[in-house]
Design a protein around this ligand. Structure first.
Ligand code: FES
Length: 212
């Protein structure tokens, strides 16, 4: 077992656990918008930043990625951390002003608005990459990926190709925390809509019950 301190209290953790896992297991609040236990951590949203102290040297780390170490001292709340989280959520509010998930988290963090301008107010995608991770890690496909760079970064078919590996399972729509990915069944067709493209599949009927 590994001994560590979080916010002045001593805890034990298993090797390989992340600081976030240990904190959440003990009911310590650390905000997150890009983790799900179904997939590996990716460190996209940066809301989970905490301060660690290793032999007197303090630094900020993403707690969803940082693994526990013997003697680690973690602080989950102080002015520095609060300011970072508030700035991050303001940036996300500017990126996705209509996302309920982002708005709810902003309220939790005491943020009522953003200083930053919104380029695409209709955008719902926070680039959390839960959809691309579930597709590759759980479904075993790579039907979608994060493509392009900077402000043009988005979820799309890899290399913007016009053919797809999608099997119409809908896992991406299910795991998407903001409603940016939509799935609709109707008239024997399933349509999955990603932020910048759409695919449709003919549904088969179950020979026994007739369900699509
Ligand atoms: Fe750690 Fe999003 S939860 S970066």
């Amino acid at each position: 077992m590994i001994n560590l301190t979080i916010d002045g209290k001593k805890y034990q953790a298993e090797e390989g656990q992340t600081v976030l896992e240990v904190a959440h297991r003990h009911g310590i609040f650390i905000p997150t918008l890009c983790v799900d236990e179904a997939v590996s951590a990716y460190g996209a949203c940066r809301l989970c930043m905490v301060e660690i102290d290793r032999k007197g040297r303090k630094k900020l780390v993403a707690s969803c990625l940082y693994q526990v170490e013997e003697g680690l001292v973690v602080t989950t709340q102080n002015d520095r951390i609060t300011n970072i989280r508030k700035t991050v959520i303001e940036l996300l509010l500017a990126r996705c002003p209509q996302s309920e998930g982002v708005q709810t988290m902003a309220k939790k963090l005491g943020v009522n608005g953003t200083r930053f301008e919104s380029e695409k107010p209709e955008n719902l995608c926070t680039l959390c990459a839960l959809c691309t991770r579930v597709c590759s890690e759980v479904v075993g496909k790579s039907a979608i990926s994060l493509v392009s760079r900077g402000t043009g970064r988005e979820v799309a078919l890899p290399y913007y190709e016009d053919k797809t590996d999608c099997i119409a399972c809908g896992s991406c729509a299910y795991i998407c925390p903001t409603g940016a990915i939509k799935m609709k069944d109707g008239n024997g067709v399933r349509t999955i809509t990603w932020p910048n493209c759409e695919v449709s599949f003919k549904l088969r009927r179950c020979a026994k019950c007739g369900a699509e």
